[in-house]
Design a protein around this ligand. Structure first.
Ligand code: ADP
Length: 246
């Protein structure tokens, strides 16, 4: 079945869901929703619904996997069977394994693993409802859940995708844009703009790529503000992330 829209951007420059080309979807954030986890976050971003639980730092078993000078980060991205229109077969898939790997790598440069030798930090990202951009939504929620767990980080990580539809760059792809667009570029970055994840489907010219990075940076800065506001809401104004000495 091909339900590709004829046009993605109307004569007023608005997208199918009424957004401007550089506008992100509405986001709501709830922190500390799971009492057994050390840190947790429930996030809605557009129609995505994501729950992230963080456990640790705790001793890593089996011991042979322990690193004597740092903690190991494990990140599991999983889509619930009921998260999309067709049921998803439970268990890991190529896609979820890849997303878990790149998402873990998005956090490795910021989490101060050197403070917790022989430990493990587990991040479980469960997609309850998927509507394009779940890897970036999960990273945004994981960043907050890690902070909620009190895990020292050099920066929060914010993530957003840029894509191309009707020959134009658009920020934070919705489902039809993701399905039928000409490009999809999910990016994660720190508050200093250090890129910790960059993937790309489709084609962009060099100029478009540069513009996409700029667009994404603006989106990520907005997300960082929302993440910080949410953390301040739970921990108060003094919730500034303190970076301990190496
Ligand atoms: P992301 O969710 O990070 O954008 P993809 O680009 O791989 O990742 O997927 C885009 C969207 O396609 C997902 O958000 C989800 O809505 C849908 N999707 C992904 N995998 C499946 C699947 N196995 N079955 C049905 N829909 C899926």
């Amino acid at each position: 079945m091909n339900d590709k829209p004829e046009k993605f951007i109307d004569e007023n420059g608005l997208r199918l869901d009424g957004r401007q080309i550089d506008e992100i979807r509405p986001m709501t954030i709830k922190i500390g929703v799971l009492s057994r986890a050390d840190g947790s976050c429930y996030m809605e971003w557009g129609n995505n619904k994501i729950l992230v639980a963080v456990y640790g730092p705790r001793e890593l078993h089996p011991r042979r996997l322990q690193k004597s000078d740092s903690a190991l980060i494990r990140y599991r991205y999983n889509m619930a069977a009921f998260s999309v229109e067709d049921r998803i077969r439970p268990g890991p898939s190529r896609r979820s394994t890849e997303i878990s790997k790149v998402s873990r790598e998005a956090f490795e440069p910021v989490v101060m693993t050197n403070l917790y030798p022989s430990a493990v930090i587990d991040v479980f990202a469960e997609v309850l409802q998927a509507d394009a951009g779940t890897r970036t939504a999960a990273i945004n929620a994981a960043s907050i859940a890690l902070a909620d767990a009190g895990i020292p980080m050099k920066s929060l990580v914010a993530a957003c995708a840029v894509g191309k539809v009707d020959g134009k760059l658009v920020l934070d792809l919705n489902k039809p844009e993701d399905n039928y667009g000409q490009a999809d570029l999910p990016i994660a970055m720190t508050q200093d703009g250090e890129i910790t994840l960059l993937q790309m489907d489709g084609n962009l010219t060099q100029e478009e790529f540069k513009q996409a990075l700029e667009m994404c940076k603006k989106g990520c800065l907005q997300i960082l503000e929302m993440q910080k506001e949410a953390l301040k809401g739970k921990f108060g104004e003094d919730a500034a992330i303190e970076v301990p000495e190496d």
